[in-house]
Design a protein around this ligand. Structure first.
Ligand code: GUN
Length: 301
């Protein structure tokens, strides 16, 4: 459905490359009797979170890491969750601890993320790790933004001197993303729900990062011709008419929908990519998503 001039950035292939690099490192560690270990904590039964955590632990196992998942009920309290984190902080065979976000509303996420030992915080969400990143002394960098940087670098998309616009200011993506791009010498603008003149700002971006979690919000009017558009959003379409609307003439997508009852779409309206003449685009699925997992394993190793 994309015009020929759009270069689709293949996150699956880039993640595979990174996983191959990690696999060599893991083999060396295993020969020395060291097995890196990741503990994932999932609270409640958010279906998307379950899929993400299962995918993370499966990749760990494929690469030879120890992985374990701790499933806690949706009524779990902040103190109960912190109790588990403290146990994992103490365990020598656990190198990385991941608390899948979002957490149920009764839990204080700030306190929970601060309870993770910063030296095991493979998600890079602890204030100490975000602070270190802000000062250009990165230790653990949040996996999705780190993955976006790998996509840009390995696709030879120049960053220095470019105008990068990050839409979204979350701890998971927007904040670390804007820091990483700043350190790579981009001029960075952060936009969010209260930004006025969003389309004007976004359409001046050489590199546009869409990370606000709104289905197909970014349209042609937000995109500069020749821009690299990185779509971090993962949203679900569960109406046939919406699939036909956003993905016209995409028979494969329609077949997927008929089989599964829904398909994924990002924060970018794919029709806007061709219409605006973007140069590069990360499709959903198969763009940024695979990198998040690869970078998580890399941080753990
Ligand atoms: N929720 C959405 N993205 C992430 C992520 O990278 N890590 C965790 N822990 N939760 C998330």
């Amino acid at each position: 459905m994309f015009a020929n001039r759009v270069n689709l950035l293949d996150g699956i292939a880039i993640a595979k490359q990174i996983k191959e690099e990690i696999s060599t490192e893991v083999k060396d560690l295993l020969l020395k009797g060291i097995k890196p270990g990741l503990a994932a904590i999932l609270v409640g039964d958010n279906p998307a979170s379950k899929v993400y955590v299962a995918s993370k632990t499966k990749t760990c196992e494929q690469l030879g890491l120890h992985s374990e998942t701790h499933l806690l009920g949706s009524e779990t309290t902040t103190n109960e969750l912190i109790g588990l984190i403290k146990q994992l902080n103490q365990r020598d065979n656990i190198d990385g601890i991941l608390v899948q976000m979002p957490l149920p509303s009764q839990i204080d996420s700030d306190i929970v993320l601060e309870a993770v030992d910063p030296s095991k915080d493979v998600d890079g969400f602890h204030p100490e790790n975000i602070g270190k990143l802000a000062l250009k002394q990165p230790r653990f960098v949040a996996c999705t933004p780190a993955g976006v940087m790998e996509i840009l670098k390995r696709s030879n998309i120049g960053i220095a001197g470019k105008h990068a616009v990050v839409i979204g200011r979350s701890r998971i993506v927007g904040i670390p993303m804007s820091l990483l791009l700043t350190h790579a010498d981009a001029t960075v603008t952060i936009c969010h729900s209260k930004t006025s003149g969003l389309a004007e700002i976004a359409s001046s971006a050489d590199i546009l990062i869409a990370a606000m979690g709104r289905t197909a919000f970014i349209a042609a009017k937000h995109i500069k011709q020749g821009a690299a558009v990185i779509d971090v959003g993962i949203n679900r379409l569960d109406k046939r008419e919406d699939v036909l609307k956003y993905f016209p003439e995409d028979q494969k997508r329609l077949d997927d929908f008929e089989r599964k009852g829904s398909v994924l779409i990002g924060d970018v309206d794919p029709r806007g990519i061709s219409e605006a003449g973007a140069a590069h685009f990360t499709p959903v699925p198969g763009g940024v998503g695979p990198l998040t997992i690869a970078m998580l394993i890399k941080n753990t190793v």
